[in-house]
Design a protein around this ligand. Sequence first.
Ligand code: NAD
Ligand code: UD1
Length: 362
Amino acid sequence: MEKFIKNILVTGGAGFIGSHTLITLLENGYRLIILDSLVNSSETVIKRVLNLSNLHDKKRESMAIFIKGDVRDQKLLINIFETYTNSLQSIVAVVHFAGLKSVFESTKFPLQYWDSNVSGTINLLKIMERFNCLNFVFSSSATIYGTNNKNLLIKENDVINPINPYGQTKDVIERILNNLISEKNKKWSIAILRYFNPTGAHKSGLIGENSKGFPNNLMPIINKVAFREIKELEIFGNDWNTPDGTGVRDYIHVMDLAEGHLLALEYILDKNNKSNFIKLNLGTGTGTSVLELVDTFSRVNDVEIPYKFSARRDGDVSYSVADISQAKSKINWNPKRNLKEMCRDSWNSYKKQKDYKFRKLH
Ligand code: NAD
Ligand code: UD1
């Protein structure tokens, strides 16, 4: 008899965090239906994930199905659920990464952000409900905590006060998910995961952080400086209330995040668990300043990172570090990879992608 394999719909699976999570889910025996519009990624990523997943050729085709499409496309979603809903094969859960993620862009194009993130999620939840698929893992962000200049670890029940459209879309989606949980007649199980600063890459270097357009986040910019595509790093402020005056963040390796998704998914699928709603910070609980990150990156990778100080960036906070005791106790998650590994894996992946593009062009 065929072993019962669980089908999971992964939206945004070709993106940075999604692609790394695909590997962990495949390694743990899930069959994946991957939906991505490729607005910020490429299909090559899916091919590489399959190659990395140590499944043999025939099995790969049946264990991961890629569909190019948008979560706002109702007809497509209905079609996906119809195709994969029968007694052996229903979709048991959705891991929802799809969405737009640039704070800066969200201030320029707020309607696109509300449409893709909020309308997209509502659309998906409606179709899930119609097909009685009520298990949902959602990508939220530390950005929802807004301005926190107290230099204290952030707990899940701290004040939510996002100060940009991107963060506001995440907050609104969290509120919608709260509403679903308080519906008396439905049996939703939901995990909200609030990521702090995802970085690093799979150790192969074959996948990584490959956003289209110019990056805004620190690690991708450091990679560009190391590769000499940018002359120097601009450090936004050296007058913050932190030990060396530069901003402190909680960098978390993307493979640790991937494992957090697996554990959160298994938690909500296990109906013996006490709660059907978890909201968890995913970080390491350790703060690193911009100067510390630059120093570690230079030493681990033996490259120079020239920098200069400039004015503070609008919307920045001095300190954003997670209290991760809830994730540890509720889903037994313990991030294992340190800052050195984040810097090494990030640079390894960046160089490999560049080398690959170079070879394609020449
Ligand atoms: P990403 O841009 O690399 O991945 C998102 C994927 O979703 C991309 O492949 C993109 O093509 C796809 N997508 C976007 N809109 C879509 C739509 N309407 N329909 C279908 N596919 C769509 O981003 P990421 O870093 O992997 O982030 C994944 C999720 O985590 C996002 O929701 C993001 O907001 C959230 N998040 C990311 C970070 C971070 O720093 N990377 C931090 C906190 C939260
Ligand atoms: C940013 C987003 C946040 C999002 C998070 C993870 C803003 C205002 N906030 O936060 O919503 O959840 O990314 O995706 O964009 N830095 C420099 N020079 C640079 C880039 C960054 O000095 O060129 C500094 C920043 O000031 C900050 C630290 O590096 O102190 C980390 O920055 P970044 O990677 O953008 O992450 P966040 O600021 O946490």
